[in-house]
Design a protein around this ligand. Sequence first.
Ligand SMILES: [Zn+2]
Length: 149
Amino acid sequence: MSRMIRLICSLVLLAITCAAQTSGKKRVAVLDFDYGTVQSYVSSIYGSNQENVAYPSGLCAERVALFYWGANHPDDPIEAMAITARTDEFLLTKPVTSCGSCLQVLAEVEKKQDKPIKVILYAEQGPVWIVKGIENQLPFLFFEERLTT
Ligand SMILES: [Zn+2]
């Protein structure tokens, strides 16, 4: 099974089991690693949107996975991040891209590891979009060193 098919299968299974009790919109992300470079033998990190009745207190799937990575495996470079969304209300025909906050976090992770991340955006009834490097999704990145002299 190819690596990308394995990631997409993981996404589909994760989306089925994801609890999105508030919005009904399920969002999941899987981080994938280059097996030759990992230090802690991590193969995948999973994230799902975490909702809260106090709506802004929740967090997107991408940041759940990326913050878990930052807390537990910061020295293992991320090779790819596969993302999908699902709702029982209708079928998605195009991938749903990440929000600005998640893109900013992804930009900082890429900068920290000094290696672009392949982002795979999957829709059950649509194309698979593959974007390598955050600058292709967020061309005017915000980095604080621009604010210093
Ligand atoms: Zn987000």
